[in-house]
Write a protein that binds this ligand. Structure first.
Ligand code: AMP
Length: 123
């Protein structure tokens, strides 16, 4: 089993966060440092460190993250206007928290929101 991360603690309610959706497989909460008007992290309860650690048995649970993303899009009324979903993976992908998470970004034309301004540097 992977080590506990800050996201595991958020899911368990051990540290504060603004949770907007939760079920037995996934949790969605507001990013503490938003890169867009609406920036939500959609996180599986299972603490898989990165996409490189995904196993075939994880497919249904990871597919479920997209159903949660759809619910989040409906919550913000952006299902037609659009939004961006991002997974950062590993050091070169600038992944900071080693617990797989889908970034949901929305709110007007996103431009490069969620992407580093320059390679190797966070926006
Ligand atoms: P990544 O770089 O893909 O690993 O993204 C990690 C994200 O987690 C960043 O956008 C951070 O702003 C966010 N983050 C870090 N700590 C917290 C926290 N305590 N609550 C909510 N979001 C957080």
């Amino acid at each position: 089993m992977a080590e506990e991360t800050i996201f595991t603690k958020i899911i368990k309610g051990e540290i504060p966060s603004t949770i907007i959706y939760k079920d037995d497989q996934a949790c969605a909460f507001l990013d503490i440092n938003p890169k867009a008007e609406h920036h939500v992290l959609i996180v599986p309860v299972k603490p898989i460190p990165t996409v490189s650690d995904v196993e075939p048995e994880d497919e249904p649970m990871l597919g479920h993250l997209f159903t949660v993303a759809r619910k989040v899009a409906e919550k913000y009324g952006v299902q037609k206007s659009g939004y961006r979903l991002i997974f950062n993976c590993g050091p070169d992908g600038l992944q900071e928290v080693p617990h797989i998470h889908m970034h949901f970004l929305a709110g007007g034309n996103l431009g490069l929101a969620g992407f580093p301004v320059k390679a190797g540097k966070k926006a």
